[in-house]
Structure formats: structure tokens, C-alpha cells
Design a protein. Structure first.
Lengths: 352, 269
């Protein structure tokens, strides 16, 4: 309080100068103005119609250098045991970071995984990840892929060791974090900075939603049908309610899905409701990629749903599934086309 | 003009003093304490770790099954110190890229890790400590930062509160862990974790003979962790039936044995 009284006698500029010089003199952690500017130039920005992000930016703010390091790691097979499999091996930008090649993901030594690699968009807004939701924070996503024996089959500590022994990475870590000392948290935070920036919010649907563009009349009809038939689960601007549901694929389960995580029978055979953004690009469909086209998916809901104990209530009426006419299928597909974000898949920011 | 300069000097002095006086103040009104974790099995208090594949079995469960230990590791968090006169200290927990506080990894095989030194504790008389074994939601949802030194389930995000591994001639092998291969014919591995719908993190409150903390007194509290109690208790462990625990639900069986895992040996000034 004392110094507030004193400041009344000197003008603002003088005070600021004094304060600045005192702080500079007593502490060494103040940032240069340039550093602040760079951060402002390249930052996470929430699309106006999206929900609040779930990611913890408070302990990992996105910077250009952090993002670039994350991008380098994403495309680098060094993280895998045999040095041949990168994150990008199964996550391809041209199809919204899904896997265009394989029904089930392919890991080191051509090991075949148990599930289809999902797309990677709008991760900053999700509260669980992977088909079973076992991972609950973006930072932990890479650990699951790196250590899974069917994916990269590498120990995280070993991956860190390998990065330390490269010529390039110490300098990239120095730029991103101000130290060339490579650690697991820094590696994961850099990868997160890349992943949370993968925002897809510029599809024809978004432009329509924000009154910046039009949808065709067929797409508008499709939107109407979609809201009635699909939006119970594929809800909101993320086109998923992020819940786990059994959509009637099997009467018995080879893969317990969510049940593996919660270990309760009522979750057996349930999988995460996937986002439908860019869905026309992300075939094949379902957790095991069993459907190779969107038509097959709609046929499944119309006539293929089978009963099991945990079948979702919304599909479990007198006639199982969701009744769809041929016209409605065409309309829904027209609407789903409007969820393809051409600018996202061609955005050079994400190029290798 | 003279007045302005005088004022500037005044302001500078106050700010500089303000910025630097914290440490002096802390030295006279605060102190440190050490929590020493002694990992034991019954009456054996040192040398409890054997090499993997060792067929020397120095310990026995209440069911009469011999065993040895190859790994004992656990996480301590949420430490609170209290005293009879109302002093109360909460060890702050922070997770960021380069800074971690409030989470401690105790590894029997790394002697230095067994001592937790808490600093800047308000001076006073203390006789009670509370802590949690494991990492609760607050820590998990902050993302990376906490030691991932193997104490983490990558497929089911969450920290492993306790790892106990070893061998028993009663085990049928095919277990796994940091020190136990599936090919180890007698191995066992119990990894206890889970912070969500199944929460296996246990909180312990222990009382000890009152000690003084201030800038000249640096007390230590010796806490015993009896690994033997992992196998004995409400759910006695039969190595021939359950030798591999790697999920929250199966860990629940073991957790029921852990109510009295920790106890106070003694506290001294």
C-alpha cells in the first residue's frame, strides 16, 4: 500500500520506467517483446461455433517452434522400434489424418493391429481418445502408439534416448523449450502442440453454420434427416457426443472395446462414437474397418443391426436399427459431403 | 525534481526489498522435514530386493508360501502435515513441462528416492502426516509431467500407484513386469493403479510423536512400508492362483490388503 501512495506523486511513464528497471534488475525471467509477438502470431484459436477446448493449454501453450518440433516428431519413424513406422504412417493428412490404406493399422514388422486408425481432428476439444477411450489426455496419445507392441513397439525411454543421439533434435528442442535437454514431457508436449492445432472447422457445413456460405437443397434435406436419425449420438459441432455405444455390429464380441478399460460387462462391445467431420474421407468405417463405404454403414443401421446385451437403446426398438429410405440415405450422404474440409486436408501448415 | 528522484528511489527500494525479502522471511519462520520411507518385509528392514530369477526365497506369506521381491516402487502424493495446535501444511502439487512438485516416486532399489524432503514448512509443532499412494484425477488430467518412469498405463491413461514384483515357487509363471519376463517360471507382478470409476489410490493418515519444525530444527519421520502386507490381509494372495495384476479391477483385490500398508516407526528432531 505504501508504494501506491508514493506513486501518486510521479507520472505514469516515470513509474513504468522505474517498475520495469526494478523488475529487470531483480529478476531475470522477463520475456523480450519479440518472444511475445511470435507467440501471438501462431496460437491456438477456438473456432467461434466450437465448444471450449478441453486441452490444458495452461501448462503447454502452443508456439510455432513447439508446433514445428511436434510436427517433425509426428513424421519421424525414429519413435518406433524398427525405425520404420511414424505416426504419419497410419495418419495421413489427405484423409483428415485417418489411414487410407489399411483396414487395421499396421505396425512394426508389418504387425496387424486390432483396430482401424481413426482420424485426428479437433483433438483439443475431446475428452477421451482411441476407440475404447482408454486415453484421456492429448499428451498421453503418443505413449499408447509408441509402446503398443502392435504399433511402434518402443519404450518411451528408448525413444527419448534415440532423439538425444540425433544431430537435429537437440536444436529443435532448444528452439521449442529453451533447452536442448530432451525429456519425455517435452517430447509429449511438442507432439500435443502439433495435434491440438489439427482443427477442422472450415467445411461447407461450417460456412453455412456461420452464415458465410450455402448448402445445396439436397444437403439441407440431408441435414434435416441427419438431425432426426443420426444426431442422437453424432451430436454438436464435433459430431460426436463422445460416449461409448454398442451399435449392433456383432452378437458376440472379439474385441470388448470400452469393456477392456472399465472391466464391466455393461460396457462390453461398446466403442467411442466417432466424429463425423470429414467422414467421407475416412473409410473404412467402424472400429475394425469392416465397412468399406458409407453406403454399407447406412445399410448396417437400416437393416444390419444385431442384438446383444449391451446394444444401444437408441437402436433397440421393435425393429432393430434406424429405418432409412433410399432417398434418406442419399440425402444423408449429401450432407456428410458437406462435412469435408478441403482447406484442412490441403493446409500446408501441416505438411511434412 | 529532487522530490521526483527521491520518490523514484523510494519506489525502487521498496520494490527491490519486496522482491528479495521473501527468502529472509522464510528462513526465520519456516523449516524443513524429511519423510523417510523404510520398505520392509515383516522384521527384515534392508536388503529386501533379490535379482530376477533368484531362487532364494527369504519371505513367507501368511498362507505359508515362500517368495522373494525383485521390485518395489510406488508414488506418493497429496502430502499434508498437521500439528496439535492447528498448524497445517499442504505440499503443493504442480505439473508442467519442466517443473513437477508434490509427486514423489519411491523406488526401493534407489536409496535416495526413499527420502522425501519437504521445505518451506511453516514453523510449528507437527504430529500428523497424511499422504496418498498413487495419483488422483487432479494429476492425471494435467497431462504429461509426472515421472512416467514405467509407473503409467499407456493403454488406460493413469498412473500405477504401486508395483511389487518377485518370484515364488508357487507361481506358475507367465506373469510380467519391469523385472519379470513372461518366460520367468516363478515370476509374479502386481501393478496397482486406477483413479477413475475404480480408484485404487489409498490415502493414509499417520500420527507420530510431536516434532518441532523451524529454521534450526530439521526433524525426520521414519515411515515403515511393509511389503508383506500386500500378500496378507482381507484377500490373502495365493501365488498359484493370482500372480499377475495389471488392471484397476484386478488390482482391487490387492488394494483391500493395503489399509495398514504404512505405519510410523519413529520421529526424531
Amino acid at each position: 500500500m505504501t508504494y501506491l501512495v508514493l506513486t501518486m506523486r510521479i507520472n505514469k511513464t516515470q513509474l513504468m520506467t522505474v517498475l520495469a528497471s526494478c523488475f529487470l534488475w531483480s529478476c531475470n525471467d522477463s520475456q523480450s517483446p519479440e518472444a511475445v509477438d511470435i507467440k501471438q502470431e501462431f496460437a491456438f484459436v477456438k473456432p467461434e461455433h466450437f465448444p471450449e477446448p478441453t486441452y490444458t493449454f495452461s501448462n503447454n501453450e502452443v508456439t510455432k517452434d513447439g508446433f514445428n518440433l511436434g510436427k517433425a516428431l509426428f513424421f519421424d519413424p525414429i519413435l518406433s522400434k524398427d525405425g520404420l513406422v511414424a505416426c504419419s504412417s497410419c495418419h495421413d493428412q489427405s484423409v483428415a489424418f485417418a489411414d487410407p490404406q489399411h483396414r487395421l493399422s499396421l505396425g512394426v514388422d508389418d504387425r496387424v493391429g486390432i483396430r482401424n486408425a481413426p482420424q485426428m481432428t479437433n483433438l483439443a476439444f475431446m475428452n477421451n481418445f482411441f476407440w475404447d477411450g482408454g486415453v484421456i489426455h492429448v499428451d498421453f496419445i503418443p505413449l499408447n502408439a509408441i509402446e503398443n507392441p502392435l504399433e511402434m513397439d518402443e519404450k518411451t525411454a528408448k525413444a527419448i534416448e534415440k532423439l538425444r543421439n540425433t544431430d537435429s533434435y537437440p536444436a529443435l528442442f532448444e528452439k521449442a523449450f529453451g533447452t536442448d535437454s530432451i525429456s519425455t514431457p517435452r517430447m509429449l508436449h511438442a507432439l500435443s502442440q502439433f495435434m491440438v492445432m489439427l482443427i477442422s472447422a472450415d467445411s461447407p457445413y461450417d460456412r453455412y453454420r456461420l452464415n458465410k456460405g450455402e448448402l445445396t437443397s439436397l444437403q439441407l434435406k440431408g441435414l434435416e434427416v441427419f438431425e432426426e436419425k443420426c444426431a442422437t449420438c453424432h451430436s454438436g459441432e464435433l459430431f460426436t457426443d463422445q460416449s461409448f455405444r454398442n451399435n449392433g455390429l456383432d452378437s458376440q464380441f472379439d474385441d470388448l472395446g470400452r469393456g477392456i478399460i472399465t472391466e464391466v460387462e455393461s460396457d462390453f462391445g461398446k466403442f467411442r462414437v466417432p466424429s463425423l467431420r470429414n467422414v467421407m474421407l475416412t473409410k473404412p468405417y467402424m472400429h475394425d474397418g469392416r465397412f468399406s463405404s458409407i453406403e454399407e454403414v447406412l445399410d448396417h443401421y437400416n437393416e444390419g443391426v444385431v442384438y446383444s446385451e449391451t446394444l444401444d437403446a437408441s437402436l433397440n426398438s421393435e425393429k432393430l436399427g434406424i429405418p432409412l429410405t433410399e432417398d434418406q440415405k442419399v440425402e444423408i450422404i449429401a450432407f456428410l459431403e458437406a462435412l469435408t474440409d478441403a482447406n484442412f486436408i490441403s493446409n500446408p501448415t501441416f505438411f511434412k | 525534481m529532487y522530490r521526483t528522484i527521491r520518490n523514484i528511489l523510494y519506489v525502487s527500494a521498496i520494490i527491490i526489498i519486496g522482491a528479495c525479502s521473501n527468502n529472509d522471511e522464510l528462513i526465520s519462520t519456516h523449516g524443513s522435514i524429511e519423510l523417510k520411507f523404510d520398505n520392509i518385509v515383516g522384521s527384515q528392514s534392508s536388503g529386501i530386493i533379490e535379482q530376477p530369477l533368484s531362487q532364494n526365497y527369504p519371505f513367507q506369506t501368511a498362507m505359508g508360501q515362500a517368495y522373494n521381491l525383485t521390485l518395489v516402487k510406488y508414488i506418493i502424493s497429496e502430502i499434508v502435515l498437521e500439528g496439535p495446535n492447528g498448524v497445517y501444511y499442504v505440499d503443493s502439487m504442480n505439473v508442467s513441462t519442466d517443473f513437477l512438485s508434490g509427486y514423489y516416486l519411491i523406488n526401493e532399489s534407489e536409496p535416495d528416492s526413499r527420502n522425501i524432503i519437504l521445505q518451506n514448512i511453516p514453523a510449528g509443532t507437527y504430529n500428523k502426516v497424511t499422504f496418498t499412494m498413487g495419483v488422483n484425477e487432479e494429476g492425471v488430467t494435467q497431462g504429461t509431467g509426472i515421472f512416467l518412469d514405467g509407473m503409467f498405463w499407456t493403454w488406460n491413461s493413469g498412473y500405477i500407484a504401486l508395483k511389487v514384483e518377485g518370484q515364488s515357487p508357487h507361481s506358475n509363471g507367465d506373469s510380467f513386469g519391469d523385472t519379470i519376463e513372461e518366460s520367468n517360471p516363478f515370476g509374479f507382478g502386481y501393478h496397482i493403479g486406477g483413479w477413475g470409476s475404480i480408484n485404487n489410490n489409498q490415502t493414509y493418515t499417520l500420527e507420530f510423536d510431536a516434532v518441532e519444525i523451524n529454521h534450526t530444527k530439521y526433524p525426520a519421520v521414519h515411515i515403515l512400508m511393509d511389503v508383506g502386507s500386500v500378500f496378507d490381509g482381507q484377500n490373502p494372495v495365493d501365488f498359484s492362483i493370482i500372480n499377475s495384476v495389471h488392471s484397476p479391477r484386478t488390482g482391487r483385490l490387492i488394494t483391500k490388503n493395503l489399509d495398514d500398508l504404512f505405519s510410523i516407526d519413529h520421529a526424531h528432531q
